[in-house]
Design a protein around this ligand. Structure first.
Ligand SMILES: CC(=O)N[C@H]1[C@@H](OP(=O)(O)OP(=O)(O)OC[C@H]2O[C@@H](n3ccc(=O)[nH]c3=O)[C@H](O)[C@@H]2O)O[C@H](CO)[C@@H](O)[C@@H]1O
Ligand SMILES: C=C(OP(=O)(O)O)C(=O)O
Length: 477
């Protein structure tokens, strides 16, 4: 397993380009299953999740070829398999997006319940509700969704859940409805740019979808969708992560290939914190747009709430927490999409962040400087948050289990290094790890529960904080 060594303290400066959006690319690849002929997708990021989705599609009879420039060519060569196996589907969330196209095109599907980041409850009841409304018969058996249908029929579907709509669920139902007989309406559809990207792709392939980007979609079913060429939108989560990297290091960074209109809420929040952000060519296509991020004044604490689009994305919540952990004063960060998505809190605490959990919120006191520590990445955005914290911390941070990051960020360390960061990937830890950094389960390091207890429990006292401040003795390393 790879890990990162991050030496904090460098102010980032320079220019990098944002990759294509993971959360568009993956459902777009699934949508190709619903098309006749060849689908060509440009700007597909080189990610572990893209490889996994290619394997899922390969197991369903698609030929998937990728070239060096990030173009993916997808074509169905065998329609006999309808089984998406647990071993692949468990690795990520978007693999469940094959369910809708399989039902619409092949009339049957056997798809494992999906995996993805461990960020709280992630049911797929809304996906199944939508597909059932279109006429599919569905049951869940031994961890698989087993579904059959005659030709799907249009229906009026309400896709709202307790925490808003569903992004991949809207994609699944929208792809299926595009090939259903008659009209489908989806109320409480997700409005995220990635859903719009998938809808635009389907329309270009021959679908008739109206209302994209709003919570109310009307879909006139068509007989056939035909493969087309499509350019994936820039990754708004990567853009936001790099903007926060610039802010947390007091840097001066230019990002190319961004869609600022997809991250308005993040830009506004960073401006409220005191970060200077300038947009260049906001009326041009994404390829020509740039965002400049620089810090020219002391930053201020703020409160922020992660919400469905157009709110602050839950996928940026962890990274914002790293920034606010370094900004003097009290900030409250709330996640209304995944109320338990705070695995990073305990690892940030390991680096000296003062964080307290209160149901769906974290309360941060950013008055103390972060210090490098050995931390563990628990999910994709938590990994990014720890890298950002490491950039700002004093000394060296070791981030283990960086495979989470590789699922969803294309060459993040190369981009950060290009901006002047001191980040090093160590392959196959602990084999190649410098002796000085080798970890043991030594008693002298405070445990996770001790740290959390120390931060949140009623018995905050000097003895515990002294213990936390002490580096492990050489004999314990
Ligand atoms: C591959 C991909 O695009 N992943 C993104 C997608 O995940 P994903 O599509 O899984 O997230 P959803 O939009 O479905 O989930 C949003 C909320 O709805 C709930 N819910 C969802 C489906 C369902 O059937 N029932 C239900 O109750 C979830 O528990 C969650 O509280 O959107 C999330 C929210 O923006 C992002 O964090 C993920 O990065
Ligand atoms: C949660 C994420 O991904 P997934 O839905 O694939 O787990 C993410 O991209 O932040």
């Amino acid at each position: 397993m790879d890990m990162f060594l991050v030496r904090g303290g460098e102010q980032l400066s320079g220019c990098v380009s944002v990759s294509g959006a993971k959360n568009s690319a993956l459902p777009l690849m699934a949508a190709a299953l619903a098309c006749e002929g060849e689908t060509v997708l440009h700007s597909i990021p080189n990610l572990v999740d893209v490889t996994t989705q290619s394997q899922v599609l390969g197991s369903l009879g698609m030929q998937v070829d990728r070239d060096e420039s990030g173009t993916l060519r997808l074509k169905t060569v065998d329609e006999t398999s309808c089984i998406a196996d647990y071993d692949l589907v468990r690795r990520m969330r978007a693999s469940v997006c094959v369910l809708g196209p399989l039902l619409a095109k092949r009339r049957m599907a056997c798809v494992s319940l999906p995996g993805g980041c461990n960020i709280g409850d992630r049911p797929i009841d809304l996906h199944l509700k939508g597909l059932s409304a279109l006429g599919a018969q569905i049951r869940v058996d031994r961890g698989y969704v087993i579904a059959r249908a005659d030709r799907l029929r249009g229906a009026n579907i309400f896709l709202g859940g307790a925490f808003g709509s569903t992004v991949t669920g809207t994609c699944n139902v929208m792809i299926a409805a595009a090939l259903a007989k008659g009209t489908t309406t989806i109320e409480s559809a997700a409005c995220e740019p990635e859903v719009v990207d998938v809808g635009n792709f389907l329309n270009a392939a021959g679908a008739q979808i109206e209302g994209l980007g709003t919570p109310f979609l009307t879909i006139e079913g068509v007989e056939q969708l035909n493969g087309i060429e499509h350019e994936v939108i820039p990754d708004r989560i990567e853009a936001a992560t790099l903007m926060i990297a610039a802010a947390i290091t007091g840097g001066d960074v230019r990002l190319n290939r961004v869609r600022p209109d997809h991250i308005t809420a993040v830009i506004e929040k960073l401006r409220e914190i005191g970060v200077t952000i300038q947009l260049e060519f906001p009326d041009q296509p994404a390829k020509k747009q740039s965002v400049f991020v620089r810090v020219t004044q002391p930053l201020k604490s703020v409160d922020c709430i992660a919400l469905p689009y157009p709110g602050i994305p839950t996928d940026v919540q962890a990274q914002l927490m790293s920034l606010l952990a370094c900004v003097p004063g009290i900030s409250i960060v709330t996640d209304k999409v995944f109320p338990d998505r705070f695995m990073h809190a305990s690892e940030l605490a390991r680096m000296g962040a003062n964080i307290r959990r209160e149901s769906a919120s974290a309360i941060l006191n950013g008055d103390s400087r972060l210090s490098g520590a050995c931390v563990m990445a628990s999910d994709l955005r938590a990994s990014a948050a720890l890298v950002l914290a490491g950039l700002a911390a004093e000394g060296e941070t070791v981030i283990r289990r960086i495979y989470h990051l590789d699922r969803g960020y294309e060459k993040l360390e190369e981009k950060l290094i290009a901006l002047g960061a001191n980040v090093q990937r160590v392959k196959d830890e602990p084999k190649n790890m410098p002796d000085s950094l080798k970890l043991t389960d030594g008693e002298s390091r405070p445990s996770y529960s001790e740290l959390l207890d120390a931060l949140t429990g009623p018995h905050w006292n000097q003895t515990t904080s002294d213990k936390l401040a002490q580096p492990p003795k050489p004999s314990d390393a």
